[in-house]
Structure formats: C-alpha cells, structure tokens
Ligand binder design. Sequence first.
Ligand code: ADP
Length: 404
Amino acid sequence: MKILVLNSGSSSLKYQLFDMAERTLLARGAAERIGDSGSRLVYGQQDGGGTFRESTALCEIRDHGAALDRIADLLAEDGAVGSGSELHAIGHRVVHGGEAFREPSLIDNQVIAAIRELEPLAPLHNPANLLGIEVSMARRPDVPQVAVFDTAFHQTIPPRAYRYAVPDEWYRSHGVRRYGFHGTSHAYVAKQTARELDRPLEELNLIVLHLGNGASATAIANGKSVDTSMGLTPLEGLVMGTRGGDLDPGVLTHLVRHAGVDIAQIDASLNKASGLVGLCGVGDMRDVLRREASGDASARLALDVYTYRLRKYIGAYMAALRQVDAIVFTAGVGENSPEIRERACEGLEALGIELDDARNRANATGARPIHRRGAPVEVWVVPTNEELEIAEETLRCIQRAPSA
Ligand code: ADP
C-alpha cells in the first residue's frame, strides 16, 4: 500500500513515497526552482544498505504540472510506482486550515474552495499548496487525495488561549486569533513520545519544542494541543532562524511613523531578516554556535535571546498545564544540539527539570531520554517526521471516508 506525500511551495514541489505496510520510505526528492532557468530535480535513491543518496539533474521544469510529470517519470523509472494502480492515495501538506478544518479532508471542489477562501490568512503558502493539489487532482483523478493541515492539531486550543485581547470585531470579521502551525510535527512527536513512555497519549501532558528553521512550542494536555506559540501567522513565539517571535506590536506603528518603512518592508524584515539573522547575521544554528565558539559577541547574544525565550515558554507552559509528564525536543536544532537543550533547561530544577549531562551529550540518534533518572519531569529527544505523519493521516482519512 503506497502513499505519495506532496509538499508544494511557490517554486518547489517536494515528494516522499511511503510503503504503509512497513512505514518505510521508498523514494523522496523535489523539483526546485520551478519556472526558473535553473530548475532541477533532486532525488534520493536508496542504496543497498537502505540509506538515501541524493542526485541532482538540471532540467527544464516550466510549471508545477511539468514538475509532477517529472516526478511521476522518476518514480516509474525507479520501479517505485509503476502503472499507477499501485498508488493508494496522495497526501498534500496544506499550511492553513483556519477554523474550517479540524481534521485531514478528502479533497473535492468544496475543500479546494475552502482552502482558497483561507488565502488571506496564508497568502504565501495556501496558493502554493493549491497549485500542487490542482495539478495532482488533474493528473490522477483515479487516486483519492487528502489535504493535511498544519493548523488542524491546534484546533483543540480553548478560546482563552486562542483569542487575542483585541477588539472583538477583528476576530469576527477578519479571523484574527491564534491558529498555530507545525501541527503535523507536534502531533507526530506526541504520539511517538506516548509510544516511548508506553502510556496512552490521552493520559499525557507534554511540552513539545519543535526547533527547526521555524520554531514553535506546544502545550499538550491529555494528548490534545491546548496552547501553542505561533499565532495568526508563523511569526509569533520563539526566536527562529529568520523570524523573531514575540514582539511588542507597538514596534510596527513606531517604525511606520518614524522610520518611513512601509508594510512590504516590515513584512520582509519580520520574515526574513529577524531572529538569529537579525541579531547576529546568520540563521543556521550550526553557524551561530561556531561563531559563538570563536568569540563572536553578537552570536552569544543571539543564543542568549534564543534560549531565554525557550526557557520562558517552558515555564509558561508548565504553569498552563500545571502537571507535565515530559518535555520533548524535536526538529533540526532540538534533535541535534545538546548545547541548546542544556541552556533551555538550565536552572529549572525547581520546576522538576534536570538534564543528565552524559545522556544529553551522548552521540545518539532516535528517540531517547535525556533527564536525570528520577527527575520529576522527563525530558526527551524525539525525532519528527512530518511526511510520515501526513501519509498516516492520509491513510486514516481514506479509510474513514465513505467512498473508500
Ligand atoms: P526546517 O524547519 O527547514 O525543516 P530543520 O528541522 O531541518 O529545518 O532544522 C534546521 C536547523 O537545525 C538549522 O538551524 C540547523 O543549523 C539546525 N541543526 C541541524 N543540525 C544541527 C546540529 N548538529 N547542531 C545544531 N543545530 C543543528
């Protein structure tokens, strides 16, 4: 039983193909710089030992339709998907599901119209996601296709956490509220953590820290998201590679009045030139850590701001949840950086959080505990896998759908 996962951006189309019987990855890759003179296909092939080797082929890819045709050719050549009948379903990542989508949805014209209606809330992402959906629906009308939303996991957040204390009209007329993102990752990591702890997810209170290029924290009570750090957009909350997270909204009016900047400049600065990049000039955590080690004061400051914000969110979500079973680090930084994990948890013994230095620094992969044995709150590293979660949600959705 094979499921193809597509993640469509404005100039890229990423794919992963899974065999759901074994939950194994069969193929993965991306069409990049679609519509540009440098367009290319990047694709991973498994060697005998099961590791992926990446190859790149420059080729003309005019649009998303051509990108999907190239990907289909690649999968056929590879023998991963042959005549087509073997493909069970296609799962699409969709960034914004607003209040309309609490669950993954089998895609039909109504669902497409609803995703389009949400474009004002995600002007960069939803149109790009729809591009992928539309070409895929046109080419494979025989295969059920499912939209899996980044926001859906957070639709259980109660009003006290999703409403901003601003004029009610902003919410009623413009949908101004917290939606939260990275939901697929938070949901996957919560499930994996329950498996590791060998306890039902419905009994667990967790704080999940997804620290990648984008970063967000989620408070999970009895297996459900009850608060998350990203808001109406992915700009709020933690410090990220190029986004600064929490900010006094007065900063923006101040800049418009006194620095002569316009909305487009503010938007670009908040999305691309803030966060670690804003503070020290580089956004990749490995670069920031290297610079700090070589004595760069701005890198040190950037890491101080980054880890202090993380510590504040851990404290806030401990208070929001009252009792916490485990704090879980995931995504590029969370999975790979013992330094960041250590600084985020530093001095939190009074809250029951104590890392074990050897476990935290062990050169390990996979899910693993890093707290001192016997500490009241467990701390774990649990690798995320958003594409596998999309594949699983897709399968669940088509098995539930009446036509399946
Ligand atoms: P994305 O959000 O794009 O999916 P990832 O989850 O892959 O990103 O995270 C990318 C971030 O993880 C980058 O800032 C990168 O520097 C960081 N990262 C990856 N490996 C390490 C490491 N060994 N130590 C510190 N940071 C790391």
